[in-house]
Structure formats: C-alpha cells, structure tokens
Design a protein around this ligand. Structure first.
Ligand code: GDD
Ligand code: MN
Length: 364
C-alpha cells in the first residue's frame, strides 16, 4: 500500500503525550497507509529522544529535531516538506484536536474534490470546551479581524487542525510568512488560487499532559502576520515591529522624563539622560521578546546584546539629529525635518541592531 497520509505534529515539551497520540492515530487510521512526523525544537524534556525511541520499533513514526530554533509555523512547514505523502495533516500533540475527524478530512480531499479540510470549533457540532472568557474573546476578535482584513471566509481561521493536498501546499509554500502560530491562516491567504475547502466541526478538548505554549506574544505574532500579508511586500515585517516598539519607547521616554523632571525635581539634562537609558532598555527588551523571539538573547548574551543595542542606537540618534538639522537648515519645516530625522534613525537602528545584536545565526 503506498503512503497516503503524513500527520505533522509540531512539539515542544510534549514528552508525555507521544505514546498516546501515536496509539490514537493507529486506531483511527487503520484503513490507510499513514506516517506521523514529529517536528521538535530540541525540547528540554527530551520529546525528540522519546519520538526517536518510538520510531525504532515503528517505522511510521519519524522525528525531525531542530536545533536553536523555535516556531510552530516553521516547524509545520518543515515537517510537510520532509514528507512525500499526497495528503498532509497538521495537529497538536496534546490530544486537543479530535483525531476522530481525520478519516472525514481525508475522505473530503480524496473523494469530494476539496483541496483543504479544516477542523473548526465555530460550527454546529464544534466547540471550544471550557475555555476562560478572555481566551474565547481573543480568539473571536482574531477571527473577525482575519475575516475582515484578509477576507478569509473560514469560520475558524485560527484552527491549528487541518489537512491539505500536497500539490495545493506546494503552490503556496514560497509565499508563506512562516511566522508565529497561525499556519492555517498563513497557508490560506498565501495560496495563489482560492483553496476549495470543507469545514468539519470538532470539540476542542482539554490538553492532556504538559502546558500550552500559546502566550501573550502570539498576539504580536498575529499582528505581524497581518502586516506581512497586507504591506509585507513593501516593508520588512520586522522593521514594522521594530518601529512600533520604537513608538512605544517614545511614550516610555516622555513618562520617565516627566517623572524625573516634575516629581523628582531633577535638572533637565539628568531627566533626559535617565529617560534615554530607560527607553533604550525598554526597547531592547521588547524587541528581544517580540521582534526577535526566534533569536531571543538570554543569560550573558542578553547583557552584551543590550550594550551593543545602546551603542548602535546612540549612533542612530546622532544620525537622526544630523539629518534633521541639515533639512531644517535648508527647508525650515520643523515637523518635516523632525520626521525625516526619526525615519533615518529608525532605519539605521533597525539595520544596525539586526546585524550586530540579533545576527542571523544559530544562538545556543
Ligand atoms: N516545534 C515546535 N516549536 N512546536 C511548538 C512550538 C514551537 O515553538 N510551540 C508550540 N508547539 C507545539 C506544541 O507542542 C503543540 O503540539 C502544538 O504546537 C500547539 O501548541 P499548544 O501549546 O498546544 O497551543 P494551544 O493548544 O494553546 O493552541 C492551539 O489552539 C490555537 C487556536 O486557539 C493550537 O492548535 C494553535 O495552533 C491554534 O492556533
Ligand atoms: Mn494544544
């Protein structure tokens, strides 16, 4: 029987879920030829070793271990690319996705001319179980935004549970943003032709073992995905992230300045210097967590990174003032001159820090 279905399961610290998910796949997929590919980002709990151990006695189980990398979307993409099956599914390792609908998904793609089958929580018969109110609301807002801004017609574009035909995936793979958590949405909006999809309801279950990796940062990732899919062809997404954080940094600067000047009654130069330093620390931190979360600096590298960041940004500040002064001298429009200075400063800071603080190499 030739291989029909690859199930791609991204994992990070899912050690105690592997045996169970493989057992369940085996039960439900007993009529098809399938394999499962765990894509693990070198989980500290040893998920990859466990997966490889299972694969020794079951050749349908494979594991890709990525070193110095993080990211659910990119893990799924690499898993899909590593397989040859004509149909590929993506699901969580933690049993939250009801494997019972996998045969229905496969049937839809194989026999009903659909290219994509999506497990949806927001249709008759589906549900999110007992989620907290806040998570329900966030999920709904994100859904509405992608429906309105990206024109997505899926009832559950945030779903992480779907199956797609290989040829449909191959058509969109070069255009994927590859960022963050929202792989289905990324595939859907990156496809050069509108994907013919079927939605199949399922009940989102409680996580089995371990804990969720979804945190506040996915909101920023989601924002960046939206940016990338709207203006991404003109401006690098990381630059947008960097500039937005820079704008927040201006807020921090002004607050600190006001506080030291008015409340602590210190001289202006002192207040301004404190504000500059704190705003830089704030910006460095946020960029490290959000813009460069995939290359996050920790431990000793955090401090050397901060130092390099401050140096680079000081040069940026000089460039900012220099350019603004020249333009102001020649043309005299203060707002225009100021904005030009800021633009040069931001672009300089972005380029310089991306080269010296967060260079593209494996940091481990
Ligand atoms: N390789 C890798 N790298 N895997 C990861 C990473 C990562 O950085 N982060 C998370 N994973 C794996 C987890 O181990 C799990 O198997 C799967 O990706 C989903 O992560 P969860 O931590 O279980 O996320 P969730 O259940 O809170 O979120 C689910 O619902 C969202 C919608 O509400 C997921 O299905 C999301 O995909 C979905 O968008
Ligand atoms: Mn999950």
């Amino acid at each position: 029987m030739s291989l029909k279905l690859s199930v791609i399961i991204p994992t990070f610290n899912e050690l105690d879920n592997l045996d169970e998910i493989v057992k369940r796949l085996e039960l439900i997929l007993n009529k098809v030829s399938w394999e499962v590919i765990f894509v693990d980002d070198d989980s500290p709990d040893g998920t990859a070793s466990k997966a490889k151990e299972i694969s020794l006695s079951d050749s349908r189980v494979r594991c890709i271990k990525r070193i110095g990398r993080r990211g659910l979307s990119s893990a799924c993409v690499e898993g899909i690319l590593s397989s040859s099956a004509p149909y590929v599914a993506v699901m969580d390792a933690d049993l939250q996705h009801d494997e019972g609908i996998l045969p229905l998904m496969l049937h839809a793609l194989e026999n009903e001319k659909y290219e994509l089958a999506v497990g949806t929580r927001y249709m008759e018969g589906g549900g999110v179980g007992d989620w907290e109110e806040s998570r329900k609301q966030t999920s709904q807002i994100a859904t509405i935004i992608s429906q309105k801004i990206l024109g997505v017609s899926l009832s559950d574009p945030m779903s992480g549970f779907f199956m797609i035909k290989r040829e449909s995936f191959d058509l969109c793979v070069y255009r994927l943003s590859n960022m963050g958590f929202k792989i289905l949405l990324d595939i859907f909006v990156s496809s050069p032709k509108k994907l013919v999809f079927k939605e199949i309801p399922f009940q989102f279950r409680q996580r089995n073992a371990g804990e969720s990796k979804l945190d506040q940062r996915v909101i920023w990732d989601y924002f960046l995905l939206l940016v990338d899919k709207t203006i991404g062809q003109y401006i690098p997404t990381k630059l947008v992230s960097f500039a937005c954080i820079g704008a927040m940094g201006v807020g921090v600067h002004l607050m600190v300045l006001g506080f030291v000047l008015k409340i602590l009654q210190q001289p202006f130069a002192w207040a301004q210097s404190t504000a500059v330093i704190l705003a830089m620390i704030f910006n460095f931190n946020l960029n490290n967590i959000l813009t460069y979360r995939d290359q996050k600096l920790t431990g000793f590298k955090f401090y050397t990174g901060l130092l390099k960041f401050m140096l680079a940004c000081s040069v940026g500040a000089l460039a900012n003032v220099g350019v603004a002064s020249v333009i102001y001298k020649d043309y005299g429009y203060w707002i225009f001159s100021g904005m030009a200075g800021v633009l040069v400063g931001v672009v300089w800071n972005y380029v310089a820090t991306s080269l010296i603080v967060w260079p593209k190499k494996i940091n481990k």
